[in-house]
Ligand binder design. Structure first.
Ligand code: FEO
Length: 171
């Protein structure tokens, strides 16, 4: 049986990951409304990945005999000043998620819950990748500046991103 404090914090993390999904789906809808189909695709893939992150915690809690509780989701913003602004907000949000994962790791360590500690290592690696992806796109958007041509080229590139389900990856 899983420790009740860890159970509660994993339930909070399911909510955090689902909010991440909701936020990125809102960004995807925003980019769709601007005709930036590639940015919309990138954010839609991100939304799908976040649902996977939530469901990985969901499955884990069941495996450990815990009870999943789904809490209310916050309403995400609907507008961003520019693609750069949206990606800066994405990075800020991912840094917050990284802090949450680090907090969970510390809690698992304090409670000597090695299974949870072990499961969380996947999320540590995932956060490194997520922050790096956002940083790279932010750097490119800064280089592009006001160039519409540069923005459309990046849009076309971001349109190539393909969702790979976690279950298919065997994770
Ligand atoms: Fe699931 Fe982007 O953190």
């Amino acid at each position: 049986m899983i420790d009740t404090e860890i159970e509660e914090e994993i339930n909070r993390q399911i909510n955090e990951e689902m909010y991440s999904a909701y936020l990125y789906l809102s960004m995807s809808a925003h980019f769709e409304s601007l005709g930036l189909k590639g940015f919309a695709n990138w954010m839609y893939v991100q939304y799908q990945e976040e649902m996977d992150h939530a469901m990985k915690f969901y499955r884990y809690l069941h495996e450990r005999g815990g009870k999943v509780r789904l809490y209310a989701l916050k309403e995400p913003p609907h507008e961003w000043k520019s693609p750069l602004h949206a990606f800066e907000e994405t990075l800020k949000h991912e840094r917050h998620i990284t802090e949450r994962i680090n907090f969970l790791v510390d809690l698992a360590e304090r409670k000597k819950d090695r299974a949870t500690f072990n499961m969380l290592q996947w999320y540590i690696d995932e956060q490194v990748e997520e922050e790096a992806n956002d940083e790279e796109i932010i750097a490119r958007l800064k280089l592009i500046g006001e160039s519409a041509q540069g923005l459309l080229m990046l849009d076309s590139e971001l349109g190539q991103r393909v969702y790979v389900p976690l279950v298919q990856e065997g994770k």
